[in-house]
Design a binder for this molecule. Structure first.
Ligand code: ADP
Length: 591
């Protein structure tokens, strides 16, 4: 019983979008199906009896034909009524689907960045996106069918019960037996699902692998696909093994269900025949009604029991979708703190900052640094030293584990996180281009005038991209929405990302290897722009090529998660430490 109510609660939860976005749809669809279904069944059961009775009592052909026409007319109307609402239902259904997906996107936006690293999160997101809308419609159908079956079965059993109460008792026993088997089936289903979770996670990895651009080129260019397919086959084998193991168990229970249906049917038929032989059912019409009512009730009952099994499946799916909406975030929803950064150039201070990723041995530790407003800081270090992690902490994608980050004299956690980020311009190594026009892609953070756009395009050499393609500022930069959209190279994309942050009124610029794909001349120009005195904004730039960092006010070397060296280029060169070593190695390569 507890499980039953849990299922009902979960199904009601699945129907919430209907309640939120389509109350009228829900009420109309339930009302129509609940009121019309019993009408159809009662006509089905009583119509033959009435016709037989009228004919036996000697009524004329016209009389019986008119009666039959009226009943057929009523039946036709019961089919016609839902048709009036068909277009509305179709429209509304798509509307609800779109709203559900939007709810998922909005939730994803409020989920902390740390979850993005976790494949478990991706699965929850993908599951919600693929299943929520479908399961919501299935839950609505479930409620409709549940009420329909309930009313129809009650009506039909009350007709049959007029012969004797035994039929009700037998049906009650049958229901209890099925319910016991259902509980067992539910338990098996839950166990099976638990075993399939890691399998599905692995399978979804393959789905991404063959779809995402960054993997696709590797797969095409190398023999990687062979080992990927071997892995895929192995995961597939485990999947088949689990399904097969549970299929044997469910087959047995399914056979039990069918046996109970068959035995009950047999007992009731014998009971009906017995009642005919002892004269309890004397009229032919009544005999037909009883048989029809029984067969109708029996098939409805079988449907009802299958529906109850569906309740469990729906409930499990609801729980799975729920796990996505249950993900608890701390940073993204932290808008209680109302501090909003002013229009000023940021000062940044790290006091004893430490940070560790979940399930990783890597940690940033003892980070102490004070960055003055307008200072241009270059961060250097070997791969995996912690440079990008440092940038992500400043963007508050993660919260520090120890110490404090101070922005303009106030702890970062005291700011409204979204307002703070709006004052930070970011350019990552692999920036994204959005399905928007050229000008919209540039003014992603801030609206800019056509004159400013002209200036920026000129400054970043973006005009040549447009000229080369013979297009203007209104050209789409992907082909998602426009077939004539243009596709940019990696370097061109980086130029767009840099132009974006130069348009803004930011207090801080964070650049994580922003010019790695640029040609040397473009890179030189870019660094002039970023590190020159003309750029008044506090700027922190992670640089891979050390030649690009020479003009920074200060260079900070991070090694194994700690700040090991700090100073100007000349100071660090005289130090003869790791920076010196890295710089001379790179310089040798250039020579
Ligand atoms: P860098 O930018 O200096 O190359 P990162 O800051 O990106 O280095 O990464 C530093 C270390 O943190 C690496 O060893 C990497 O394996 C680890 N790391 C990065 N991101 C994550 C993550 N999301 N979860 C766990 N470990 C991570």
């Amino acid at each position: 019983m507890k499980a039953f109510f849990k299922n009902i609660k979960n199904i009601a939860w699945l129907c919430r979008p209907y309640w939120k976005y389509g109350k009228l749809y829900l009420i109309l669809s339930i009302t129509i199906s609940v009121f019309l279904a019993p009408v159809k069944d009662i006509i089905y059961v009583f119509f033959p009896k009435e016709v037989v009775d009228l004919l036996v009592s000697g009524k004329s052909f016209q009389y019986v034909a008119i009666f039959a026409s009226i009943i057929c007319g009523i039946e036709f109307i019961t089919y016609l009524i839902p048709c009036f609402f068909f277009c509305y239902f179709q429209r509304k259904s798509v509307y609800i689907d779109l709203k559900i997906k939007r709810d998922i996107y909005e939730k994803a936006l409020r989920i902390d960045y740390k979850y993005i690293d976790n494949p478990e999160y991706y699965n929850k997101y993908a599951w919600a996106l693929n299943e929520y809308a479908g399961q919501t419609h299935a839950a609505r159908d479930f409620i409709n069918n549940f009420l329909q079956y309930f009313l129809t079965i009650t009506a039909l059993l009350s007709i049959i019960a007029t012969i004797g109460p035994w039929i009700l008792l037998i049906e009650a026993v049958q229901l209890i037996l099925h319910a016991i088997i259902n509980v067992r089936e539910n338990k098996i289903e839950i166990k099976k699902k638990d075993e399939l979770i890691p399998i599905n996670r692995r399978l979804s990895y393959f789905h991404r692998l063959f779809y995402l651009k960054e993997y696709s080129a590797d797969l095409k260019a190398t023999s990687l696909s062979e080992s990927v397919f071997t892995k895929y086959e192995n995961v597939g084998k485990s999947n088949i093994e689990i399904v097969n193991r549970y299929a044997k168990k469910t087959l047995f229970l399914g056979m039990l269900h069918e046996s109970i249906f068959a035995i009950t049917e047999f007992i009731i038929i014998i009971y009906l025949i017995y009642n005919i032989t002892i004269g309890n059912i004397a009229e032919v019409g009544l005999y037909i009604t009883m048989m029809l009512a029984f067969y109708r009730a029996d098939s409805k009952l079988q449907g009802f029991i299958r529906l109850l099994r569906k309740a469990n499946e729906l409930s499990l799916n609801a729980e799975e979708i729920h796990t996505f909406f249950d993900i608890k975030s701390e940073i993204e929803i932290d808008t209680q703190k109302k501090l909003v950064p002013y229009n000023e150039v940021f000062s940044v201070e790290l006091r004893n900052v430490g940070f560790a990723y979940e399930n990783s041995s890597f940690a940033l530790s003892n980070m102490n640094i004070s960055i003055k407003p307008g200072e241009k800081l270059a961060i250097v270090g070997e791969n995996g030293a912690g440079k990008s992690t440092f940038i992500k902490l400043l963007l508050r994608l993660y919260d520090v584990s120890n110490g404090e980050i101070i922005i303009n004299g106030k702890p970062i956690k005291e700011y409204d996180v979204h307002a703070l980020r709006r004052k930070i311009g970011i350019a990552f190594q692999n920036p994204n281009i959005y399905a928007m026009t050229f000008s919209e892609n540039i003014s992603l953070y801030n609206e800019i005038s056509e004159i400013e756009l002209d200036k920026i395009s000129e400054k970043f050499g973006l005009n040549s991209i447009l000229k080369k393609n013979n297009v203007g500022y209104d050209v789409e930069l992907t082909r998602e929405f426009e077939e004539n959209g243009i596709i940019l190279s990696g370097g061109e994309t980086q130029k767009i990302a840099l132009a974006r942050i130069m348009t803004g009124d930011f207090g801080l610029l964070l650049l994580d290897e922003p010019s790695s794909a640029l040609d040397p001349i473009a890179e030189y120009k870019m660094n002039e722009l970023i590190l020159s005195a003309a750029n008044k904004t506090t700027t922190i730039m992670v640089a891979h090529r050390l030649s690009t960092t020479r003009n920074a006010d200060r260079i900070v070397l991070i090694d194994h998660g700690e700040i090991k060296e700090s100073g100007t280029h000349d100071e660090l060169m005289t130090l003869h430490g790791k920076y010196y070593e890295m710089f001379t190695k790179q310089a040798e390569n250039y020579i």
